[in-house]
Design a protein around this ligand. Structure first.
Ligand code: CUA
Length: 318
C-alpha cells in the first residue's frame, strides 16, 4: 500500500482534487458523488459478504444450506436499487456535461489552442499575441479555448482547471471556464500522439488582470536590438534553417515550429521539458532529438560556440 499510494497527493501539481476554476469544481462535484456512491456500495457489499461467509460457513455435521429459487421481493429489490443509484449519479453528471459544454459568456477572451507533434501553440486573435507551451490567462475572466489540430489527435488537459478535451484535426472543439486563483498549473497532452506524447507538457500561468495586461504588452512589443554574443547568435539564426520553421517578428516568418519572438520570456523550453536557461537552450540546439525523441526539429550540426551564441540570442528575446 505504501508503494502504491506513495505518489498520491491531494494537491499535487496535476491534481484534479484541488480545482482552480469553475470547470474544475464542476468535475470535482461529479467525482465526489460517484466516489461516495461507490464507497457506500462497497461497504454494503463487503459487510454482507463477510456476514454470509461467517454465518453460512461449512461446519462439521451441518446439513446443506437451503436453496432458494425465485424470490420476487429480492429480485425487484436488486433491480430497483441499482437503477436508483444510477439515477443519482446520472442526473448531476448530465447537468454538468451540459454546463461545461455550454456557450461561454459574451465578452470572453478567445484563445486558439493548436496541438502539434509535440508542442502547443496558443494564439490570442483579439490581442495579436502568439506564443507556445505557456498559456497565460487572467483570473476572474471568462475564457474560451478553441481547440484545433494540424497533425494528429491530441488532448488538452490541465487537471486543476478542468476535464480533458480532445484536439482533433478538421474539427473545432471548445472549452470555456473562469480561473479563480493565480498560480502556475501543470498539464499535458492526454491522448497518445506519437514518440514524444509524454513530452508534450502545458503550463498555464494564471495572473491578475494587471499582470496579464503587462504580459500582453510585452508580447506585442517587437524584440529589441541584439548586441554582443546575442548579435552573433542572430546572424547564425538568419543564416541557418531556423528561419524556415520559426517566426521571430521582424526577422523570420516560418510557421512550422513555435513562435520564438519572446522565447526568452518563457519559463521552460521544449514544451515544458527543461527550465529556460542558456545552458539548456544550447544543449537543446545541439541535439534536440536527445531531449525529445522523434522531435521534428532537425539536428543542424551546430558547434558548441555557435550553439552558445544562438542560445544567447534566443535568451535575449524577452
Ligand atoms: Cu499530443 Cu499526446
Amino acid at each position: 500500500m505504501a508503494l502504491l499510494t506513495g505518489g498520491c497527493a491531494w494537491d499535487g501539481p496535476q491534481s484534479s482534487l484541488a480545482p482552480r476554476s469553475d470547470f474544475g469544481r464542476e468535475i470535482l462535484y461529479v467525482y465526489a458523488i460517484v466516489t461516495w456512491a461507490t464507497a457506500i456500495i462497497a461497504v454494503v457489499v463487503f459487510v454482507l459478504l463477510a456476514w454470509v461467509l461467517v454465518r453460512y460457513r461449512d461446519r462439521p455435521g451441518a446439513a446443506p444450506a437451503a436453496q432458494t429459487r425465485g424470490h420476487s421481493l429480492l429480485e425487484i429489490g436488486w433491480t430497483i436499487a441499482p437503477a436508483l443509484i444510477l439515477l443519482i449519479i446520472a442526473i448531476p453528471t448530465i447537468q454538468v456535461i451540459f454546463r461545461t459544454q455550454g456557450r461561454a459568456a459574451p465578452g470572453a477572451l478567445d484563445v486558439e489552442v493548436r496541438g502539434w507533434q509535440w508542442w502547443w501553440e496558443f494564439r490570442y486573435p483579439a490581442l495579436g499575441v502568439v506564443t507556445a507551451n505557456e498559456l497565460h490567462l487572467p483570473i476572474g475572466q471568462a475564457v474560451v479555448l478553441h481547440l484545433e489540430g494540424p497533425d494528429v489527435i491530441h488532448s488538452f488537459w490541465v487537471p486543476p482547471i478542468g476535464g480533458k478535451r480532445d484536439v482533433v484535426p478538421g474539427r473545432h472543439n471548445q472549452m470555456s471556464f473562469v480561473v479563480d486563483t493565480p498560480g502556475v498549473y501543470d498539464g499535458q497532452c492526454a491522448e497518445f500522439c506519437g514518440a514524444s506524447h509524454a513530452n508534450m507538457r502545458i503550463r498555464l500561468v494564471a495572473e491578475t488582470p494587471g499582470e496579464f495586461e503587462r504580459w500582453v504588452e510585452a508580447q506585442k512589443a517587437p524584440p529589441g536590438e541584439s548586441a554582443g554574443p546575442a548579435a552573433d547568435g542572430q546572424a547564425i539564426y538568419a543564416r541557418l534553417a531556423c528561419v524556415g520553421c520559426h517566426t521571430i517578428q521582424g526577422v523570420s516568418g516560418g510557421v512550422i515550429g513555435p513562435d520564438l519572438t519572446h522565447v526568452g520570456s518563457r519559463r521552460t523550453i521544449a514544451a515544458g521539458l527543461l527550465p529556460n536557461t542558456p545552458e539548456n537552450l544550447a544543449a537543446w540546439l545541439r541535439a534536440p532529438e536527445r531531449i525529445k525523441p522523434g522531435v521534428k526539429m532537425p539536428n543542424l550540426g551546430l558547434g558548441e560556440a555557435d550553439a552558445r551564441a544562438l542560445a544567447a540570442y534566443l535568451t535575449s528575446l524577452k
